[in-house]
Design a protein around this ligand. Structure first.
Ligand code: SF4
Length: 385
């Protein structure tokens, strides 16, 4: 069946409306909570949870639609919003009785989340999945492997049966397809940004944190097919790279505000969803393949130190490969890793004389007028310089 232009737009609008609803959904459906394994950002080996038949559930905070009331009594006001609002979602029962909770020691705030969760929701058996301090050590893959095997054993106990290598390999296949589809989406953003807006790409990726990957793969396949046939009018806007959205997520309105005047041709939004940059080998020991991919074939973020991926060089590569003329260097309020990087990146961009704008955000922001003025002024200087 051939679709005309209007049909294609209508079909895309429908998919994006579904993604929007899924992305902003705060509540786990009551029939899903008992099989949901909640995990705190940035990256988590979802494949092992998927292979156990459970639902990996990325905890991405409460956005700007919830009021933090109960969590104020359990967590300091100087901690980033994602920790506070995630705790609120637990306390106000939005997350129901999840089957498990995992945090990782990516920063001081996140590493205390398992303790906070343990005090408040001990029945969810909160755990820390440890990460190697030195990913460049020859022992790093083995270390990650042992942690992943520990995760596998915990999940096996929850489901009352062993999780086989074949099941994990099958999950690697599902996730490899998901990675390929996400890479295709980002290629459109980079090569033909008039065809796919950043908000649309973001919603399409974020929807995957709420449904099983098989459904997400089907959704992305359908969206990519429609995008390829979308009739577009090329627009002329400055091309920028956005960084700072690796953990706490900026409000959707902030991405819209930037996108009104610039093309965001690459970013680190939800980088944990795209952490592994190539296919994970589907032969041999699947847990080893996953651990090795975490170390050897992975993205970069301020919460992982890797001497092979200096942060400044990573940004330079992003700018070059995305043919971007400028950068927006952002960080969530109270986010130590993000703010540390912001300084280093800003210095490097100054040295290279690459225009950049520094912005701070908080997921609970609701007013964007001032930011819009800053971004507009920045875009005008790029256009008329
Ligand atoms: S937003 Fe920053 S400080 Fe907060 S949990 Fe994430 S990495 Fe840590």
């Amino acid at each position: 069946m051939t679709l005309d232009t209007l049909d294609i737009e209508a079909a895309l609008t429908d998919i994006l409306a579904r993604c929007h609803e899924l992305s902003l959904r705060q509540r786990i459906a009551s029939d899903e909570a008992h099989e949901a394994i909640g995990y705190f950002p940035v990256y988590f080996p979802e494949e092992i949870v998927h292979a156990a038949g459970l639902l990996p559930y990325a905890l991405l905070g409460g956005g700007n639609r919830i009021e933090v009331r109960y969590a104020d009594a359990r967590i300091g006001s100087f901690v980033c919003s994602i920790c506070r609002s995630t705790t609120e979602l637990g306390l106000n029962h939005s997350l129901g009785e999840m089957a498990g909770f995992f945090a990782q020691p990516i920063c001081d705030a996140a590493k205390h989340m398992a303790g906070i969760w343990g005090r408040n929701f001990p029945q969810q058996d909160p755990q820390i999945l440890a990460l190697p301090q030195n990913v460049n050590s020859p022992a790093a893959t083995r270390y990650v492997y042992d942690e992943y095997q520990r995760l596998r054993a915990i999940l096996a106990e929850k489901v009352g049966r062993a999780i086989t290598d074949d099941e994990i390999r099958a999950s690697l296949g599902v996730y490899n397809e998901n990675r390929r589809l996400q890479r295709a989406l980002y290629a459109i953003k980079r090569d033909d940004p008039s065809r796919l807006s950043s908000v649309e790409a973001y919603l399409l990726v974020r929807a995957g944190t709420r449904i099983r990957r098989e459904r997400h793969n089907a959704l992305l396949r359908e969206a990519l097919d429609l995008l390829a046939r979308r009739r577009v009018r090329p627009m002329d806007k400055p091309r920028v790279v956005f960084v700072g959205g690796f953990c706490e997520q900026p409000p959707l309105e902030m991405i819209e505000t930037i996108e009104d005047v610039c093309f965001i041709v690459d970013d680190d939004l939800l980088i944990g969803q795209r952490w592994i940059t190539e296919d994970v080998p589907e032969v041999g020991d699947p847990v080893w393949a996953l651990a090795e991919s975490y170390i050897q074939r992975s993205a970069s973020s301020p919460v992982q130190y890797d001497a092979r991926k200096p942060k400044e060089e990573t940004l330079m590569t992003m700018l070059r490969e995305a043919r971007a003329e400028a950068a927006i260097i952002s960080a969530a309020k109270f986010c130590e890793p993000g703010l540390d990087d912001q300084l280093a990146l800003s210095r490097r961009l100054d040295r290279e004389r690459i225009p950049h704008l520094v912005l701070e955000f908080e997921e609970k922001m609701t007013s964007f007028e001032q930011m819009a003025m800053q971004v507009e002024t920045f875009a005008e200087t790029l256009l008329f310089e």
